[in-house]
Design a protein around this ligand. Structure first.
Ligand SMILES: NC(=O)c1ccc[n+]([C@@H]2O[C@H](COP(=O)([O-])OP(=O)(O)OC[C@H]3O[C@@H](n4cnc5c(N)ncnc54)[C@H](OP(=O)(O)O)[C@@H]3O)[C@@H](O)[C@H]2O)c1
Length: 230
């Protein structure tokens, strides 16, 4: 049975990824900040008959990352999806920078996915899939930058840089690392009027990840499989 670990699995795109992988027969490790405050994920895990296990993970907490790695020691993980992320609602434009919220978003959106990947590298090396999907955003692309979302863009651009570094450095180990854009999705972050349903986004992302190869490592793909410019 292939296995996947998804961070930020209690709502939004992460929850839908868990739902779809479980329905497809995968072993799913669903990581979320507070399992006791994740009713939809808990219900999903109960109905999945043991194929979904829930793990506590505040992604910026290095001790929590270590505890997760210890709990999963010697278990293969085929696909790691670093999905947890935060928007930056203040400091949207030049002239209103809020260093505190920017720093916090960097910790969640750029540093944490790197640390989680480092901690779970042995698990990925024990698996066959050897794929890491970093949930980036089109807003992190320099090429498409038309202003606004100043701090959020910067955090996702930093994550994109990490993807390029990891792809280069993990190539010899056979690990594929890619940046993903899920579309503008109807979640708490994307808003109620966003055009893409979580179901369609997750289905597309799963297809993109399933089609990964060494040649595509270090790429930036949207949920429809289109390659994006950096
Ligand atoms: N929705 C969009 O249109 C869109 C577009 C481009 C990129 N993205 C990216 O896609 C990913 C998922 O977005 P979404 O729309 O599903 O967002 P969402 O509905 O706001 O969900 C965000 C998820 O991340 C988790 N999270 C945030 N900070 C965390 C932390 N410090 N530790 C652990 N978990 C944390 C949240 O957990 P809590 O419930 O505990 O807060 C939640 O599970 C994000 O990386 C986002 O940047 C989304």
């Amino acid at each position: 049975m292939p296995s996947v670990l998804v961070t930020g699995a209690n709502r939004g795109i992460g929850l839908e990824l868990v739902r779809q992988y479980a329905a497809d027969g995968w072993q799913v490790h669903a990581a979320c900040r507070d399992p006791n405050a994740a009713p939809e994920l808990s219900t999903l895990a109960k109905s999945a008959g043991g194929s979904v296990s829930i793990h506590a993970l505040e992604v910026t907490d290095e001790d929590a990352i270590d505890r997760l790695a210890a709990a999963l020691r010697n278990q293969a993980i085929d696909v790691l999806i670093n999905n947890a992320g935060v928007a930056v609602r203040d400091g949207m434009s030049f002239g209103s920078t809020n260093p505190e919220s920017w720093t916090r978003a960097f910790a969640v959106n750029a540093i944490a996915p790197t640390k989680v990947s480092e901690a779970l590298l042995p698990n990925l090396l024990a698996g066959k899939g050897r794929t890491i999907g970093m949930m980036s955003s089109r807003l992190g692309s320099h090429a498409y930058n038309t202003g606004s979302y100043l701090a959020y863009r910067a955090t996702k651009a930093a994550l994109n840089s990490v993807v390029r570094t990891m792809a280069a450095e993990l190539k010899e180990k056979g690990i594929v690392t890619v940046a993903l854009h899920p579309g503008h999705v109807r979640t708490d972050m994307g808003g109620a009027t966003a055009p893409v349903a979580p179901v369609a986004s997750a289905a597309g992302l799963r297809k993109v990840l399933a089609g990964m190869s060494a040649e595509k490592s270090g790429g930036f793909f949207d949920f429809e499989g289109n390659e994006l410019a950096w």
